[in-house]
Write a protein that binds this ligand. Structure first.
Ligand code: DC
Length: 235
């Protein structure tokens, strides 16, 4: 049985991409690459340096110069991977509410996306990778062997994110989480550069009424029934 070597998992915030992507990579023994971490790392550095998020030129210059590396986890503290900016571990900093609030406009700058593209492609082309993001199947790896688009309604995703925040012991109101999610969806889907949308050949999995185990088993079934294209990759 042959397995797909490059697997793209796209979808909106809190659709389950990281959880499913991580579990899938573990099952297959593949590298898990969460590309959102790159945009988060740039946002984190911009905030640390006091750059204005609206200063496109400065943010793009930062993205071009920054040395962001993502490796397998170096510490067993619940992380799925380790993120370095130069040699500094910023794995948890990129998850802060401040980064959450500013990452969508940063990721909408075409220059930022361009600066981060080559590194993503390189990782993808090595194969045996589950790559998770918004534009993996459409822009980064248009020839990925298997493209999955995880979807869920705004309300279900807001509820999941709200429960995650509470589980971390932080305070939040469901209404605030919902409003923030709606705002991010709006930016991610309507930006001009690589907007969030399923690739034409992506398989859409609606996760609204499914548990994590159910989504994973549907995705594993897609992996197992995958067939290589006759005559190799698309032109
Ligand atoms: O998946 P996430 O929440 O960590 O993503 C953070 C932000 O980065 C989100 O606003 C969308 C953006 N992003 C993107 O534009 N393209 C990707 N491939 C991954 C994330």
């Amino acid at each position: 049985m042959s397995l797909p070597s490059t697997i793209a998992v796209d979808g909106p915030a809190a659709s389950g991409k990281s959880t499913i992507g991580g579990l899938l990579a573990e099952r297959l023994g593949y590298l898990y690459f969460d590309t959102g971490a790159l945009y988060r790392a740039i946002t984190c550095l911009a905030l640390e340096r006091g750059l204005a998020i609206g200063d496109e030129e400065a943010i793009v210059a930062l993205a071009q110069a920054a040395q962001i590396t993502i490796t397998r986890p170096t510490v067993q503290d619940g992380r799925q991977y380790t993120v370095y900016a130069d040699s500094r571990d910023i794995t948890w900093e990129i998850r802060s509410p401040e980064v959450d609030a500013h990452v969508s406009p940063v990721s909408a700058y075409p220059g930022v996306r361009e600066a981060l593209k080559a590194a993503q492609r390189r990782m993808g082309e090595e194969g045996q990778v589950v790559m998770v993001g918004r534009d993996i199947g459409t822009v980064i790896l248009p020839h990925a062997d298997l493209k999955i688009y995880l979807d869920a309604s705004l309300e279900v995703r807001a509820q999941r994110r709200y429960e995650e925040v509470l589980a971390r012991g932080e305070e939040a109101s469901y209404e605030d989480v919902l409003a923030d999610m709606r705002r991010r969806d709006e930016i991610d889907s309507h930006r001009l550069a690589a907007p969030l949308k399923p690739a034409e050949d992506a398989i859409i999995v609606d996760t609204d009424h499914l548990s994590i185990e159910e989504v994973l088993s549907q995705v594993m079934a897609l992996v197992e029934k995958w067939q290589p294209l006759e005559g190799g990759v698309d032109p």
